[in-house]
Design a protein around this ligand. Sequence first.
Ligand SMILES: [Zn+2]
Length: 155
Amino acid sequence: MSGGNVSTVACVQCEVTAGARTPPGGIVLETERFLVHGLLAPSPIAGWLVVAARRHVRWWWELSPEELSELGPLAARVMKAQRAALGAEHAYALALGDVLHHMHLHVIPRYASTPKRLWGRGAWDATPEEMLKDEDHANAARTLRDALASASSFL
Ligand SMILES: [Zn+2]
């Protein structure tokens, strides 16, 4: 444990960036500075995506001006795709950072069928029975990737 080399600290998000871990459905969208993909953990909401910095930065306060400029339009673009391609009524943008210490933003669609107790922060409170299959997440990820494939989609 001596030396304290930061690069030896395991970071799940950096493993995704490096291609060592693949979320269901793979990477939905990549830009020079960010990756967009589904959750690595079980979730009850199809199309729940994470926008994460490619660089290992602890949290939003470490983002560069260029990263900060890209983040808002990118999140809005993802939300538009969730609405247009998956029929979401609404999309949440939630950033907590208690568990994963690598800057990310959850962009979570809300559907007409989403039970009220899973709205907003409640999406983390789903029971094991409410979790969707990996296959369902992969299908939603592929649908969003196709919708976002054109560089001009949802700008
Ligand atoms: Zn990292």
